[in-house]
Write a protein that binds this ligand. Structure first.
Ligand SMILES: Nc1ncnc2c1ncn2[C@@H]1O[C@H](COP(=O)(O)OP(=O)(O)OP(=O)(O)O)[C@@H](O)[C@H]1O
Ligand SMILES: [Mg+2]
Length: 300
């Protein structure tokens, strides 16, 4: 079966010598949402730019719907849509103009473009602002117009590079719903985000990347269980001394996170903490914890 996106041993060295991609390999299945997470500078945007035919790689291959993006970019373009990480709207255009005309450029009828634009603007909550010029909108509202244009496109594969950065939590959830609806209809989405809850909530699969290559990939629960810690306890009021034997202890000023090696010890830790007059909150390991562990944060 042809994958929606297939990246094999992809490398990119920028003119200044920066090795942004170093043998990146990953796949996105058709009709699924793949989220790529990784630290700043890990190579996410560089890979998205190669896949969307904006940047030529130094070596390796990248295919979208089975078509090589370097050899046949014009064959790829009609099937993809992109929300770039740093997109700017045309300040004098309104969200309506933006979404409607970009949809129209795909060659669809005016009626079809109109109904798609109405629907997409409603999905990002911009109905009441759709005729205001972009210069009069807030940063998040402008970002929503760009996301709406991608939602309105008929593209089979969508590349969304941090689409919800700067958006409030209410609208973000509305966009998560839109993304899941698109996937249910068979579209493929490649998303990047620094919001671990977003990755957890919308992804079918997550690819963790670092220094231009893949670290690990799997379903959100595969990724969460890829570290040995089984639960986390947040201790407030400091002074968690003596708890080191239960697992790794991360100090964050007057609060600490204790990563338990064994879930069964949670009760013991909670009673010991309460007896010291401190507060303890036990919860499952989060994707954020895994990110720290895999990519060399404070847990190392
Ligand atoms: N045009 C460019 N010229 C030279 N180096 C670049 C260029 N764009 C990016 N880089 C470098 O390439 C590496 C990868 O950058 P990229 O933008 O792909 O990272 P990213 O994973 O998208 O990061 P972020 O999470 O901050 O968006 C970084 O080291 C960056 O400094
Ligand atoms: Mg980026």
């Amino acid at each position: 079966m042809v994958e929606a996106v297939e990246v094999e041993a992809l490398s990119k060295v920028y003119k200044n010598g920066t090795k942004a991609l170093q043998g990146m390999s990953l796949k996105a299945e058709k009709g699924r949402l793949l989220t790529v997470i990784g630290r700043n500078g890990a190579g996410k945007t560089t890979m998205v730019r190669v896949l969307t035919t904006q940047l030529v790689p130094s070596s390796g291959t990248a295919r979208v719907l089975g078509v090589d993006v370097v050899a046949e970019p014009d064959k790829v373009k009609p099937h993809i849509a992109l929300v770039p990480q740093e997109a700017q709207t045309n300040q004098s255009m309104s969200p309506w103009d933006y979404v409607y005309y970009l949809t129209k450029l795909e060659g669809v009828s005016s009626g079809e473009a109109k109904s798609r634009a109405i629907d997409a603007l409603q999905q990002v909550g911009l109905e009441s602002l759709s005729n205001k010029p972009c210069y009069s909108l807030s940063g998040g509202e402008k970002r929503r117009a760009i996301v709406a244009a991608a939602i309105a496109s008929g593209a089979e594969v969508l590349f969304l590079d941090e689409p919800t950065t700067g958006l409030d939590p209410i609208i973000r959830r509305q966009i998560w719903l839109s993304l899941r609806k698109m996937v249910e209809k068979g579209r493929t989405i490649v998303l990047t985000t620094h919001l671990m809850e977003e990755a957890e909530m919308v992804s079918d699969r997550i690819a963790v990347v670092d220094h231009g290559s893949l670290v690990t990939s799997g379903t959100p629960s595969d990724i969460r269980s890829s570290i040995t810690a089984k639960a986390r306890v947040v201790l407030r009021g400091s002074h968690a001394d003596g708890f080191e034997s239960y697992g790794e202890l991360v100090k964050l000023g007057d609060r600490e996170i204790l990563y338990l090696d064994r879930e069964e010890t949670a009760n013991e830790v909670v009673s010991a903490t309460l007896s010291k007059g401190l507060s303890a909150e036990v919860s499952p390991i989060t994707l954020e914890d895994v990110f720290y562990k895999l990519l060399g944060g404070q847990m190392e």
